[in-house]
Design a binder for this molecule. Sequence first.
Ligand code: 13P
Ligand code: SF4
Length: 365
Amino acid sequence: MQTATITFDQFQSTKDDDCQERILAAREKLGDRLVILGHHYQHESVYRHANFAGDSLKLAKYCDNLDAEYIVFLGVHFMAEVADILSRPDQKVILPDLAAGCSMADMANLAKVERSYRELNKVLNFDEDITPITYINSAADLKAFCGEHGGIVCTSTNAPKILDWAFKQREKVFFFPDQNLGRWTGHKMGIPLEEMPVWDPDLPLGGLTEEEIKKAKVLLWKGHCAVHQMFRAQNIEQFRKEHPNGNVISHPESPFEVCLNSDFVGSTEYILNTVKEAEPGTKWLIGTELNLVTRLAEEMKPENKHVQFMSHVVCECSTMARIDPQHLAWCLENLVEGNVVNQITVPADEATLAKLTLDRMLAAS
Ligand code: 13P
Ligand code: SF4
């Protein structure tokens, strides 16, 4: 039976410990009707409740295969949209706090991408010459744009395979919104940096000359992650002085110089697996979000592995951090009462086109 929606107000002053108990009680009542998915950047206080955790690709794959009526997503908005697109129509996807966005995803929007499409058509024939690739960190309407224009989605795990797929379709790639992931992936494929210019969507012809556009293999959207942007090659230099036998591992959203000076570069899942599988006693400098590194450092203590965060300044993803025990307890207690709060629903026409690109991605990776 449905009762009036419980407002968030009373949870604002509820202590973390009380929220933990309330979350467990609500989960018990909801049983198999509920599944909780969690991204690796979530704080331990909510991450511990995830039935399944993963990087963006792994989480997207889970969404294809779940039975539960409610999918509560501990992550950011674009991830919950992907869950809605890939899950069955009768399943409901919930994001405990709607303010949990991704600042990088917000660096590209449909108006700017469509303007770029028109600008590029002044020099080339977009639909014949260019495959658009959107990083999964983007709104559903940009995935739909790619669906409409022969494009595809990529994640940090499958970007090399997806770039390869894209070049089999057309001669050039338009990559948005993360220039760092695009540049690093292109570089690993052997594409010279001068053939991967930055496209500034706010300037005519992206701020490039016709010649530069014609010569380009990959046009990189002027976007980045504010969290990973904080890492510096100097952090690596310092670590190597202090730990000459240490290893450096970074996420490909980090600046090019950081990736270039790292021993390993890969997704959050790759980072976790690489460090977990390493020999006991090894030393690691990690260039990705703070919550992941803090949790991993704690887990690796019994194996005497030294795990160090790359930056001296706090690099927490502040939008991921919006998902806290208070919001989780609030949305679960509402579900117990039959009220679905903060449901994420992608409009049907957009979802169909976006699903096309996600299916292309899952098939190509
Ligand atoms: P992963 O897919 O590697 O988990 O990355 C997602 C993300 O947002 C990194 O900032
Ligand atoms: Fe977005 Fe960066 Fe946060 Fe990842 S870490 S969710 S890219 S803002």
